[in-house]
Design a protein around this ligand. Structure first.
Ligand SMILES: NC(=O)c1ccc[n+]([C@@H]2O[C@H](COP(=O)([O-])OP(=O)(O)OC[C@H]3O[C@@H](n4cnc5c(N)ncnc54)[C@H](O)[C@@H]3O)[C@@H](O)[C@H]2O)c1
Length: 254
């Protein structure tokens, strides 16, 4: 357990999967959470999990790809939280289309949520992080920002391109926001057991493929990513900025 007492966090996409695990972990360690999501029902479940365990959380509707909505949502979240010390840019989408099939609408949708979203939310949040003394940002990347084999037979060039921008956006923001004392890092998950993967990735067929890459022979859980996010946001990581931390069972090692 880490100590996030008195800290306040916006977690985008916390209505499901990895974002929910990050939100519930930070809340269990003392942080107050604003869940920003387009999925109101999922967000309500996350908030119920946090509040029933004695934590503090509230929901603000936010489509991270829409600048006006983002600025209003971040402002409303900070009003509710009273300050902003952490931002987790986690919301993400994927569609399973290869080059021949991906439409421009799909391209714009995936780039809009996965790459424009972290830019817009960080732009809106940065003055509030500064006002709170600096704070920290964590962006969700993926091993697929570096390699294209991660989904086996499924090609998704738009997803690879959107996530490929995250390590460089992370570095650029780490440089620029260092002047205000804000640390910015990224996490690159390997295969994590959420609905995002569009199927059962724990079954024997999927494991057969993944075993050729994984050094730790299991699918990751959202809690594995939440543990890394809690560390990178915490004061224990106060000398770490601009990095992308793989949490991938060794996927990128060979
Ligand atoms: N699951 C994996 O294997 C895996 C691997 C690598 C990286 N990631 C990344 O982790 C992040 C979380 O993925 P997950 O597995 O938890 O997926 P998920 O589908 O379970 O959760 C994604 C959340 O983002 C929200 N969201 C989608 N579009 C949004 C928008 N426009 N505005 C605000 N919220 C929006 C969804 O409503 C949902 O609550 C994503 O960025 C994804 O790319 C996941």
């Amino acid at each position: 357990m880490r100590d996030h007492q008195g800290r306040t966090a916006i977690v985008t996409g916390a209505g499901s999967g990895i974002g929910r695990a990050i939100a519930t972990r930070l809340a269990s360690e003392g942080a107050a959470i604003a869940v920003l999501d387009v999925n109101e029902a999922g967000a309500a479940e996350t908030i119920e999990m946090i509040t029933s365990a004695g934590g503090r959380a509230s929901f603000v509707y936010c489509d991270v790809a829409n600048r006006d909505v983002v600025h209003e949502a971040v402002s409303a979240a900070v009003d509710m939280l009273g300050s902003l010390t952490y931002l987790v840019n986690n919301a993400g989408v994927v569609t399973m289309s290869g080059l021949a099939d991906v439409t421009q609408q799909e391209w714009d949708f995936v780039l809009g949520v996965n790459l424009t979203g972290p830019f817009l939310v960080t732009q809106a949040a940065a003055p509030h992080l500064k006002a709170a003394g600096g704070g920290a940002v964590v962006n969700l990347s993926t091993v697929e920002a570096s390699v294209v084999v991660a989904s086996g037979p499924h090609c998704q060039p738009h997803y690879n391109a959107s996530k490929g921008g995250i390590p460089m956006l992370t570095k650029a923001l780490a440089v620029e926001l260092s002047a205000q004392g804000t640390r910015v890092n990224a996490i690159a998950p390997g295969p994590i057991n959420t609905r995002f993967t569009g199927g059962d990735i724990t079954g024997p067929e999927a494991m057969e493929f993944m075993k050729t890459r994984l050094l730790i022979p299991r699918v990751g859980e959202p809690a594995d990513i939440a543990a890394a996010a809690s560390f990178l946001l915490s004061d224990d990581a106060s000398y770490i900025t601009g990095i992308e931390l793989p949490v991938d069972g060794g996927w990128l090692t060979r």
